[in-house]
Design a protein around this ligand. Structure first.
Ligand SMILES: [Zn+2]
Ligand SMILES: [Zn+2]
Length: 217
């Protein structure tokens, strides 16, 4: 899920030295599959998180990320911070916002990282509109691609704080992921985690097999 490419509001350009403790961007691209603004912004947010929380990549749920969207940037956050859906320390909230809360369980520190307002210049907006509407010429497409690449290069060279507001916050630390036993679904026969199973006519069923009863409220 990629969005239109933003321009940076700030123009400060001091190339950042590669930090050896941060996963190289090339690895993030390999994981995500393509280069895009979303994954680049996610990389910026992840760099802020590890720096501000004085942490390395998570090994066993020392870090937690609460993410408020399910777009490209989340792949960068999983790859760089080690907060992953599978481990249970990536918590997804469907708010459609470029906002991330990172927590260090060891120190109790937490930060809220939110994307700054961005300005897209008019010529880029016009190009994006033509591409979206299918009226773009080959030259338009090339011009937009070039602009996007320039913006990505700028984004990677600039301090990540150029793109995000960063606030140290107090949050309740979510409990670590629990382990649950499994039960067999009485309809499809597949195993399902006890915590997600439903009961129908006295038997366990998995969620897809469960006939929801509602009185329409
Ligand atoms: Zn992407
Ligand atoms: Zn089932």
């Amino acid at each position: 899920m990629c969005e239109d490419f933003p321009n940076s509001g700030d123009s400060e350009e001091s190339p950042q030295a590669e930090d050896p403790t941060i996963l190289p961007f090339s690895e993030v691209i390999r994981f995500h599959g393509h280069l895009c603004p979303g994954v680049t912004l996610g990389y910026c947010a992840s760099k802020i998180a590890l720096k501000e929380l004085r942490a390395g990549r998570d090994v066993d749920e020392q870090l937690v990320a609460i993410v408020e969207n399910d777009a490209c940037g989340i792949d960068a956050i999983q790859a760089v911070t080690g907060c992953t859906l599978g481990k249970g320390n990536l918590i997804y909230r469907d708010y459609g916002k470029h906002v991330y809360t990172f927590i260090n369980r060891v120190t109790g520190d937490a930060i809220r990282v939110s994307l700054k307002d961005r300005e897209i210049d008019d010529s880029q907006k016009a190009l994006q509109t033509r591409v979206r509407e299918g009226t773009a010429s080959q030259d338009d497409r090339l011009a937009l691609k070039k602009l996007q690449q320039e913006n990505l290069d700028k984004m990677l060279a600039a301090p990540p704080e150029n793109y995000f507001h960063v606030k140290h916050v107090r949050v309740e630390i979510p409990e670590k992921a629990r382990l649950f036993g499994s039960v067999k679904c009485s309809k499809c026969g597949e195993m399902t985690a006890e915590s997600r199973a439903r009961v129908q006519n006295g038997n366990f069923v998995c969620i897809p097999c469960f006939d929801e009863y509602t009185r329409g409220w």
